[in-house]
Write a protein that binds this ligand. Structure first.
Ligand code: ADP
Ligand code: MG
Length: 879
């Protein structure tokens, strides 16, 4: 800016010096003075050498004392070369015309206000650091620039008019608004808008602002060419007025619209019985909107302020309303309150009010809103609430668990019973947290099926364990839910009911366990029943037919079970006294350890004995339902007893025979010797000699029998070696008499000389029994007894030994007899047999590692039996 003030120092002072001494003195004085000056002063000679620089120059221009009268300025400060400063210096040096520049010295980052004066021998430069001022100026420029921009951007049109009435400024919006008038800058307001002067308060406001400094606001209509309503604000300024104006044509129209709506609202308020209100927060004064209906049960005039309401609002609602008002005053937010009020006639009416605080500059000044009478609605709601509450109470009282879910599967309600059981709060049903109420093993299926139901809309139905919070027990529940649908079939919500089935379930489980136990016991009893070594049977109590029979009893009877069941006991066991026994039992008298004897129809010819017990079995009514029988066959036992008695007798006879044999042995020996002497006598007549020979032969037989009887009785302790011939001959000898009497011929052939290592007596006992049986089978008609002995191999085991076969042409055996001959006490000879012979023989043969087999036939012509006894060489028999 060229009009900035310059420094005051007068450089011409130096040039006005006179006289040498005084001149020197003045120079010193001047130099000192100059060095104190706040401006920097530098002098250059025509060679651009610095001839003078004061202290400020040293500071500002970095000129040091050594620089003086030395090198040229441009050498010292090459950065100055080519700058505007250099050009100015040189111009002054040349032309002798002073110059002034404001110069930004880049290297030192300073603004310098510089005056350059010509001198006789060069130039003098005065400069001042104006960096601060320059910065402020730039800032001011920037600020006004910004202000300009604000004015340009403002929505208001802005124009300034000077005191002569000329437009000096119009912002963009003003230019736009008044575009039809062209460029107005420099033109006269009153000339440009003459027609308007007569109208409204235009001139009045302008004059007041311009000459009296009073601002004015007004609205006015400007006809063609503007044709618009303007809202105008005139503000006095230092050199005229500033006008802010705005096109309000739209707003004016809106205002009319608003007025129309207001009237409409009035009507509505009347018909809808609405009161609109506006309350001044500071004073509490209430203003009611036009058309407000006196909804409060009192004439509106009786309610001039907020305070007057406290008299009609029911007391308990006063603090509630206070609190709400405080809220909206603080925040400006909409509040809604239903509150009961006492009407002038004493009745209670319900008023719904909604409103909010109107804030100006963040401060709430007014409360605005409306109130309506909702008494009727409230009554309905109350009815609704009470009925809903009633259902809720019913639901909560329900011992079953009741719950509700949203269509997307969230659980939104659980009755008190369910909450108590699970120890849950309603929040515990959020998300899937409720799952933790279930037994861990059931959670997966519970959620899986729930998701399935939610996805498909199908009923939810499962049994799962829910954990009872009280004792941590998991109880079984039956959980069911059904969707409740609207008219279009959309699911509104799910309704669920859980029923505690734990008792039922555990009872069922218990029953199941018990059944299993019973079944197990039954199976056990069945096994015992079947495998018991006694006969067991069950009969009906009327006809005494077999209902059940165990294996042992079936064996005793000798028929398969299915051929026994259904038949009468009297048919199978036609025993004397049996029907009477059964009748007695059927009458309720049990029979214990009764002895029965006789033949069964299935085993004719077999006299048998049984120990029986019969017990009645009662039904629930105390009637005999069945007869249970326990049958112990004691035939063999009785036979054994008989055999024992027999063998006792035999043993006694045996002992007697043995002692007799022993006793007669000596006389026999004497007789033998005597006969020998007689036989050797020469004087013996020939016929006598024949008798003696016969006597000797018969005597030898007697001796033999005697020794053999003794031997039989003696129990061998050790096995001995003996040939088959010796064994067989000894036995045949014993039966010589019987064989001859029975018309039986004996054919014995021995094809082996091998000896057997055996208990001689035992084997003889076997042979004795086989030969005796053969003789029995051939009596009385006689026949042939064929005995053979030969070396042989036992085929199944491949062992070498001797085989002795005893064959007879007797009556043979039926397959039934054949099957049982090795049983102890089995005999077909009634009292003449013991039935022990073959049983004992098998035992002996087994001890010798031998084998006893047979073939038998009842063929009319080729009847007979062959017993085959194999005895191995190698084996050592067991003692
Ligand atoms: P017991 O000779 O005392 O009857 P065993 O045990 O010796 O007893 O024989 C049992 C039964 O075997 C005889 O009762 C008989 O019916 C039958 N038996 C044995 N050997 C023969 C045989 N050689 N011929 C026909 N039946 C025989
Ligand atoms: Mg026998």
């Amino acid at each position: 800016m060229p009009d900035s003030p310059t420094i005051n120092a007068e450089p011409s002072i130096e040039r006005q010096s006179t006289g040498r001494r005084t001149e020197d003195a003045r120079r010193d004085y001047l130099a000192r003075l100059l060095s104190q000056m706040p401006e920097a002063i530098v002098c250059f000679d025509r060679e651009w050498r610095i001839t003078f620089a004061n202290a400020e120059a040293h500071r500002v221009s970095r000129i040091k004392p050594v620089h003086l009268n030395g090198k040229s300025h441009w050498e010292l400060f090459p950065e100055m070369v080519g700058t505007q400063l250099e050009r100015t210096y040189r111009a002054v040096m040349q032309s002798g015309v002073p110059a002034h520049i404001e110069y930004f010295c880049k290297p030192y980052d300073v603004w310098l206000d510089t005056h350059v004066f010509p001198m006789e021998d060069g130039i003098a430069v005065y400069f001042r650091d104006i960096t601060d001022r320059k910065g402020a100026e730039l800032l001011r420029d920037a600020a006004s620039n910004q202000l300009m921009q604000v004015l340009e951007a403002t929505t208001d049109a802005v124009a300034s008019v000077d005191r002569s009435g000329k437009f000096t400024f119009l912002n963009r919006r003003a230019r736009e608004l008044l575009a039809v008038k062209g460029d107005l800058i420099g033109k006269n307001l009153f000339e440009e808008f003459p027609a308007d002067l007569e109208q409204g308060g235009y001139l009045y406001h302008f004059n007041r602002a311009m000459y009296e400094g009073i601002p004015g606001d007004f609205e006015d209509y400007y006809p063609a060419p503007l044709n618009m309503w303007l809202s105008i604000q005139v503000r006095p300024s230092t050199d005229g007025v500033v006008i802010f104006f705005r096109n309000i044509t739209e707003r004016r129209r809106a205002y009319h619209e608003l007025q129309f709506q207001q009237e409409l609202l009035n009507t509505v308020q009347q018909t809808a019985r609405v009161a609109t209100w506006d309350i001044d927060i500071a004073t509490g004064k209430a203003t009611y909107g036009p058309g407000s209906y006196p909804v409060f049960g009192h004439p509106l005039a009786e309610l001039p302020d907020l305070n007057s309401f406290t008299k009609i609002v029911l007391p308990e609602y006063v603090p509630i309303i206070d609190r709400l008002i405080k809220t909206t005053v603080a925040t400006g937010e909409m509040i809604v309150v239903d509150c009961p009020m006492r009407a002038a006639d004493g009745s209670i009416i319900w008023i719904e009010s909604r409103g909010h605080a109107v804030q100006v500059d963040g401060v709430s000044t007014r409360l605005r809103g409306l109130s309506i009478d909702i008494t009727d609605r409230k009554h309905n709601e109350d009815a609704l609430i009470t009925s809903e509450a009633r259902y809720r109470i019913l639901a909560d009282l329900n011992p079953q668990a009741i719950w509700m879910g949203t269509p997307d599967g969230r659980i939104t309600y659980a009755n008190q019973g369910l909450l108590d059981y699970l120890g849950f709060t309603p929040e515990d049903f959020e998300g899937e947290r409720w799952l933790k109420g279930f037994h861990p093993d059931d959670r997966a299926s519970v959620i899986e099926q729930w998701s399935h139901s939610v996805a498909t809309g199908l009923d939810y139905d499962l049994e799962a364990r829910m954990i009872r919070a009280r004792d941590g027990r998991a109880r079984w529940w039956w959980i069911r839910a059904q969707p409740v649908r609207d008219d279009h079939g959309n699911i509104l919500h799910w309704l669920g009911v859980n029923i505690d089935i734990d008792d039922r379930k555990t009872f069922a489980e218990m029953l199941q366990q018990r059944q299993e136990e019973t079944e197990r016991q039954r199976a056990e009893l069945e096994t015992i029943y079947e495998t018991a070594p006694v006969g067991l049977a069950l009969f009906d109590p009327v006809e005494f037919r077999y209902l059940r029979v165990n294996t042992r009893q079936a064996e005793t009877i000798g028929l398969p079970k299915d051929q026994i069941i259904g038949r009468r006991i009297t048919e199978i066991a036609p025993l004397k006294g049996l029907p009477e026994l059964f009748q007695q039992v059927a009458a309720g008298h049990p029979v214990r350890n009764h002895l029965l004897e006789g033949e069964l129809s299935t085993r004719p010819g077999e006299h048998r004995s049984w120990n029986v017990s019969y017990s009645p079995i009662y039904d629930a009514n105390g009637h005999v339902e069945a007869i249970a029988a326990v049958v112990l066959e004691i035939t063999n036992q009785r036979k054994a007893e008989a055999a024992l008695m027999q063998s006792e007798k035999l043993a006694a006879v045996g002992r007697l025979a043995s002692s007799i044999s022993h006793e007669i042995n000596n006389p026999l020996e004497a007789i033998t010797n005597l006969l020998y002497l007689i036989a050797t006598s020469d004087t013996l007549p020939a016929d006598v000699a024949d008798y003696v020979a016969t006597a000797q032969s018969e005597l030898s037989r007697v001796c033999q029998i005697a020794t053999q009887t003794l031997r039989f009785h003696r129990q061998a302790v050790r096995a001995s070696d003996v040939t088959p011939a010796e064994l067989v001959d000894a036995v045949i000898n014993l039966y010589q008499g019987r064989l001859a009497n029975s018309g039986i011929t004996v054919e014995a052939t021995y094809e082996t000389d091998s000896t057997l290592h055996c208990f001689e007596n035992d084997i003889r006992q076997v042979l004795n029994n086989l030969i005796a049986n053969a003789i029995d089978a051939m009596r009385p008609s006689g026949g042939r007894l064929i005995i053979r002995a030969h070396d042989a191999t036992d085929h199944p085991t491949d062992r070498k030994g001797v085989r002795i076969t005893i064959a007879d042409t007797g009556h043979g055996m039926s397959p039934a007899v054949r099957a049982r001959i090795f049983e102890p006490f089995f005999t077909t000879k009634d009292l003449n047999g013991t039935g022990l012979g073959l049983w004992i023989s098998t035992g002996i043969v087994n001890r010798h590692q031998g084998r006893l087999t047979l073939r038998s036939t009842e063929h009319p012509i080729h009847h007979g039996t062959i017993f085959s006894l194999f005895l191995p060489y190698e084996e050592t028999p067991e003692a």
